[in-house]
Design a protein around this ligand. Structure first.
Ligand code: FDP
Length: 311
């Protein structure tokens, strides 16, 4: 994988190397988490992270690994992690030209049942040390999926590539990804359907009427990976319980939107709007956003103003 990206500038390559190395360590911790006492919540007090989610033991372990490696990449000046309330300012002596936003272990409610989970990241250039960078400043984004096998997907320069971890600890190139899957799948937490607004009720109903099947793992990386490879649509909309959606803009939705657009797909806010996720202006590091992402054809089917008679 590192050879594959040998044309990028040295600091960017150094960050990618740090993420690869982190993922190997995180993968090892996940593999033996049950027998190493790493299941369950982080502290007896059930501490929450900045987003209000209860932290799992592995969330904290994965976060420490990522921070350690990213600081020692000597290529970043700001780190934004789901698990840290405040931005981490990298000490001057280790500082470099990039900012990295990451969710060290996404889908953590799947940890204790050995479900697929992942690490999501995006890298933006910020020589001036700015913290809140819009999605259109991202230069590289990707995720690691810890599933039956471990894979990394990286988007850079308008191309998305897929790598699989071998038994020697190397990510081997599997090929480019262009969104052309035709499987008829919609992916959403249907348990929230009574809380959905009219736009989403109508959108999902139209999929049911057209013979689409439902798939929902409840781990964004895994649901998005399937959508990228098989086609269909993934949504986490605003609803009456989460008026701003659930997923986080900087380290969940921006990276996935960047990947989907590079793979010729689309990612919009929905919620009575066709706004591109990458155009959302960030106002705080842990802000949430509704999201609809998939192939451009599926995303275009979203109608912000459904006819009332159909509901
Ligand atoms: P989790 O709560 O397990 O950490 O944002 C985190 C996330 O998982 C996503 O990975 C996933 O897509 C979503 O939340 C699942 O939320 P619901 O349980 O509300 O469906």
């Amino acid at each position: 994988m590192i050879g594959f990206y040998s044309y990028v500038d040295y600091p960017l390559l150094s960050i990618l190397t740090a993420i690869c190395k982190s993922s190997l360590k995180i993968e090892q911790q996940i593999c033996y988490s049950g027998i190493q006492g790493l299941h369950g919540n982080h502290a007896a007090s059930n501490t929450s992270n900045a987003s209000g989610d209860v932290q799992k033991k592995l969330d904290v372990v994965a976060n420490d690994i990522m921070i350690e490696h990213l600081i020692h990449s000597y290529a970043c000046n700001i780190l934004l992690s789901e698990e840290n309330d405040e931005p981490i300012r990298v000490p001057e002596k280790c500082s470099g030209p990039y900012s990295v936003a990451f969710d060290p272990l996404d889908g953590s409610s799947n940890i204790d049942c050995n479900g697929p989970i992942g690490t999501i990241f995006s890298i933006s250039e910020n020589k001036k040390g700015e913290i809140l960078l819009p999605g259109n400043r991202i230069v590289m984004a990707g995720y690691v999926l810890y599933g039956p096998s471990t894979e990394m997907v990286v988007a850079h320069n308008g191309k998305v590539n897929r790598f699989q971890l071998d038994s020697e600890g190397h990510y081997l190139h599997m090929g480019p990804i262009v969104l052309n899957g035709l499987k008829k799948i919609y992916s959403i937490n249907e348990g929230n359907s009574s809380l959905w607004n009219a736009d989403i009720k109508q959108y999902i109903e139209s999929y049911k009427q057209s013979g689409y099947g439902a798939r929902y793992i409840g781990s964004m990386v895994a649901d998005v990976h399937r959508t990228l490879l098989y086609g269909g649509v993934f949504c986490y909309p605003a609803d009456k319980k989460n008026p701003k959606g659930k997923l986080r803009l900087l380290y969940e939705c921006y990276p996935m939107a960047f990947i989907f657009e590079a793979a010729m797909g689309a990612a919009i806010v929905g919620n009575i709007s066709y706004q591109r996720i990458l155009d959302v202006v960030p106002t705080s590091i842990h802000q949430r956003t509704p999201i609809i992402l998939g192939s451009a054809t599926e995303v275009k089917k979203y109608n912000p103003y459904p006819p009332k008679a159909n509901l």
